[in-house]
Design a protein around this ligand. Structure first.
Ligand SMILES: Cc1cc2nc3c(=O)[nH]c(=O)nc-3n(C[C@H](O)[C@H](O)[C@H](O)COP(=O)(O)OP(=O)(O)OC[C@H]3O[C@@H](n4cnc5c(N)ncnc54)[C@H](O)[C@@H]3O)c2cc1C
Length: 406
């Protein structure tokens, strides 16, 4: 089959890999001049197989008021709520029950654990460098209620084969001595033994090169998709600013921009662009080796090669980017206060970056065929697109094959 992959982020390029490995002829299209220009650029770098917890949960409900009215560092909602479609907000609220939070968390956990095995397989095949490391992870807990909730969720995750447990702060400091130099009010930590790190931008660039050298695949950059054309509930063509393609199937991997192309053809995807930021700094005097998550500020610290990547925040501002400089400054000052010696905050270059996470209300990506023949989705990976890319790319290729043989 000739399959067109729309979007060359980590999800699109990994999808292309699984499709090409099965012998399909693949064309990947992106409006940017290279891969990973969207959310797959300088994200947190964490392959977070164990922290798959859904954002929509009962614990989120009491936080909503301060979030909406500006009392939270981690979130920015401006201008007030007009940027958040009511349909998304309502669907998110409906996922905030304990039952939904648990089932969403465990569904993504299973996907993440599969992704870990698939990435190991892919690495052994392609053998390129992307600062990959089994870093393990410590998520700091600040209150008794967080501790109790974490013990419960860790027990449920262990039943699915995930190596995750709550440990004391003293145990955490033994695992990561840099914690002794962190200014936090933590009382305990969740330790994830199998979590990894890697640079998703380098991975995507290297995978593109490997695919070009080894498969029948074409990358069309600087090509803006205008629309997907459907006739009689069947894919007809994909129109770009330069030409019209008539593939056998199309896979929408357009991340936060997916709704724009799906709505006109009657596919309701409900994906919201949640803005986050990162800085990449040289190591400080007391750098960490283990990945650290500061839950309160929604920030992660990952060591990628000779750098520390600090990423976080979850802004509800639509596609606006006008406050990026302020938000990056807040990210930096929060990090400097929390972990003053982890990174060299006075470095000349801070590597500022912002990206739109493609968030679904239930934290679950949309993967597989749609009611429109020939149109497939692999989008809506939210906070975990880098972690889940292998599992969802693999699932997508399976679903296409099933349709073909069925
Ligand atoms: C601050 C931050 C930290 C994060 N940290 C982590 C982490 O530690 N671990 C993790 O697993 N995930 C993390 N994520 C989430 C992860 O980055 C995303 O889930 C993932 O990158 C989504 O990949 P994607 O390929 O679906 O989307 P994208 O990478 O955004 O790709 C979509 C592509 O579509 C293209 N496009 C859009 N419109 C058009 C058009 N009209 N024509 C042609 N092309 C178009 C864009 O150019 C883009 O290349 C983080 C995200 C952020 C913002």
């Amino acid at each position: 089959m000739h399959v067109m992959v729309l979007g060359a982020g980590v999800v699109g390029v990994t999808t292309a890999y699984y499709l090409a490995e099965r012998g399909h002829t693949v064309t990947v299209v992106d409006r940017a001049s290279d891969v990973a220009s969207g959310s797959s650029g300088r994200n947190g770098g964490q392959l977070s197989y164990s922290f798959t917890d859904a954002m929509a949960s009962p614990a989120m409900l009491p936080k909503l008021f301060p979030i909406i009215f500006g009392g939270s560092t981690a979130f920015r909602v401006k201008p007030p709520l007009d940027a958040l479609p009511a349909r998304w907000g309502w669907a998110f609220l409906r996922q905030c029950s304990s039952h939904s939070a648990r089932s969403n968390t465990l569904a993504v956990l299973q996907m993440a654990l599969r992704s870990s095995a698939l990435l190991a397989e892919l690495r052994s095949r392609v053998q390129f460098e992307f600062s990959f490391r089994k870093a393990t992870k410590l998520m700091l807990l600040n209150s008794q209620s967080e501790l109790k909730a974490s013990e419960e969720v860790c027990a449920a995750k262990r039943q699915h084969g995930c190596k995750v447990r709550v440990i004391t702060l003293a145990e955490a400091e033994k695992i990561e001595p840099a914690l002794a130099h962190i200014d936090s009010r933590s009382i305990a930590a969740v330790y994830s033994e199998d979590d990894e790190v890697g640079d998703s931008e380098t991975f995507t660039q290297q995978l593109r090169q490997w695919l070009t050298a080894n498969h029948d695949i074409e990358f069309c950059f600087d090509t803006s998709i205008d629309r997907i054309r459907v006739e009689k509930r069947k894919l007809y063509s994909v129109e770009t600013d330069g030409s019209t393609f008539k593939p056998d199937a199309v896979v929408v991997c357009l991340g936060a921009w997916s709704n724009r192309f799906l709505k006109p053809i009657g596919i309701k995807a409900n994906i919201y662009p949640m803005r986050g930021y990162s800085v990449t700094l040289p190591l400080g005097e007391k750098p960490s080796s283990v990945s650290i998550t500061d839950l309160e500020n929604k920030m992660v610290y990952s060591r990628l090669g000779d750098d520390i990547r600090i990423a976080g925040f979850a802004d509800i501002v639509g596609f606006r980017t006008n406050a990026d400089t302020n938000r990056v400054h807040t990210l930096l000052s929060t990090a400097r206060k929390f972990a003053p010696e982890i990174a060299d905050y006075d470095a000349n270059s801070v590597g500022e970056w912002g990206g739109f996470r493609p968030m679904t209300p239930d934290n679950q990506p949309l993967v597989g065929p749609t009611a429109t023949e020939g149109v497939y989705l692999n989008t809506g990976h939210g906070m975990l697109g880098w972690t889940l890319a292998c599992a969802t790319g693999h699932d997508l290729a399976n679903s296409l094959e099933k349709r073909q043989t069925g």
